[in-house]
Ligand binder design. Structure first.
Ligand SMILES: Cc1ncc(COP(=O)(O)O)c(CNc2co[nH]c2=O)c1O
Length: 419
């Protein structure tokens, strides 16, 4: 597929024309903004194209209503949009159908949903959960808390000096007492892309389930949960051009069927009597109360946009930018880069010797370069790297190499400042 037409894509994102540098205590542009924005913080959250905003505005202007239960026209229109969004998400990640797609608030909630349903009912004392040193707190802390509650053991697969997963160590740690293997698809700190299909095979060989954290993968490359054969797979709308407030938990239908509900209340029940209650069919059993209706409309529009651009082309664009950033940062002998050069997602984490990531990122901000500095919710991984924090530049379909050149110039300025 042809290279991305980045200029055409940027037309759909008004925010990219923003100037910054003025008063940040007042949300939105102000008269003192004079520095062009170079947005390189997409692993934290992506921007929202006009098509997504317009779809959500259309919902609020034309067919806003509560779903599932109303008989009147607006409710039926809103219900169709909300339920169809599940079908759209299922197609996008290769799920069998809407029964396998639960809308959550975000990826974090998806992990908690599985921990509170599968974990509290299936994870036995003496069993173990195998995860890795590079996990995001959304999964790592969830498994840590669950294992503590259940009297189970949590095991962390090590990474090598290149920031790749030590697959021999993984094979060592998965055994007949392993109930769950949970790994990130693309690391939000290292950029490492894990062999999630192979990892899932190893889990299944030992009778364990596989849960893949796809928050940095679904937005940036083609993902087919059937090919991976994962039992659970999670991602967030706000990282893939969609709105905040909606995430997706994919789960194999047979598994979700067996699990008890997570949150209970309205919408997820079939029949309520004083003596007890029964539950709705999938996926509604896992969606209590009024759901993120406008956000589901936005998610559908985001998926339409991404498919229009093409996930293969986005994946290629991402790795081109990541390799370019890696090579340009490598020009400095006092910059340490984390993660592998090849085969990495669209982000580069690094440190400038002698300069704390927070200080560096505020200088970059003075130049309009928006990056993330800190632990990126991977504190144990930063302990393994031996640093308290890192600076991370992350790219998406609307970024250009010239923006990476701005990053490099700003890093160079910082070097002179702190020299
Ligand atoms: C790999 C990974 N897993 C889970 C999450 C949690 O997603 P959420 O529930 O939608 O917040 C993130 C978000 N990562 C980041 C959020 O901000 N900076 C980040 O790197 C992530 O990168």
């Amino acid at each position: 597929s042809p290279a991305l037409d980045v200029d055409a894509i940027r037309e759909d994102f008004p925010i990219l024309d923003r100037k910054v540098g003025g008063d940040v205590t007042v949300p939105g542009p102000d008269e003192n903004d004079d520095t062009p924005l170079y947005y390189l913080d997409n692993a934290a959250t992506s921007h929202t194209p006009k098509q997504v905003v317009e779809a959500m505005t259309e919902f609020y202007y034309q067919y806003n209503s509560n779903v599932h239960r109303g008989i009147h026209s607006l409710s039926q229109e809103a219900s169709v949009a909300y339920e169809d969004a599940h079908d759209r998400a299922a197609e996008f990640v290769g799920a069998d159908g809407r029964e396998e797609i639960v809308f959550t608030k975000n990826t974090t909630e998806a992990f908690n949903l599985v921990a509170y349903t599968w974990g509290l009912t299936e994870l036995e004392p003496g069993e173990n959960v195998v995860t890795t040193q590079m996990e995001h707190h959304a999964s790592l802390v969830t498994w840590q808390q669950l294992c503590e509650k259940q009297g189970a053991e949590i095991r962390y697969v090590e990474i090598d000096d290149d920031g790749r997963l030590d697959m021999d160590d993984l094979r060592e740690k998965v055994d007949e007492d392993t109930a769950m293997v949970s790994t990130v698809h693309v690391s939000n700190t290292l950029g490492t892309i894990n062999p999630v299909a192979e990892i899932t095979d190893i889990a299944h060989e030992h009778g364990a389930l596989s849960f893949i954290d796809g928050a940095q993968a679904v937005p940036t490359r083609p993902v087919d949960v059937g090919e991976i054969d994962a039992d659970f797979y999670a991602f967030s709308g706000h990282k893939m051009l969609g709105p905040t407030g909606i995430g997706v938990l994919y789960g194999k239908e047979a598994l979700l069927e067996e699990l008890p509900p997570f949150l209970v209340g309205g919408a997820m029940i079939r029949r309520v009597e004083f003596e007890g209650s029964t539950w709705e069919d999938l996926p509604w059993k896992f969606e209590a109360g009024t759901p993120p209706i406008a956000e589901a409309v936005g998610l559908t529009a985001a998926i339409d946009y991404l498919e229009d651009v093409g996930m293969d082309a986005i994946e290629r664009h991402e790795s081109e930018l990541a390799e370019y950033a890696y090579d340009r940062l490598s020009e400095f002998d006092d910059v340490e880069i984390y993660g592998p050069r090849e085969e990495r997602g669209g982000l580069v984490g690094f440190n400038l010797e002698g300069v704390h990531a927070h200080d560096l990122s505020s200088i970059l901000d003075d130049h309009g370069v928006a990056v993330r500095a800190g632990d990126h919710c991977t504190q144990p991984l930063h302990d393994v790297l031996g640093v308290p924090a890192s600076t991370r530049a992350s790219f998406y379909l609307y970024n250009r190499k010239e923006e990476i050149d701005e990053l490099i110039d700003a890093v160079d300025t910082a070097r002179e400042l702190f020299a």
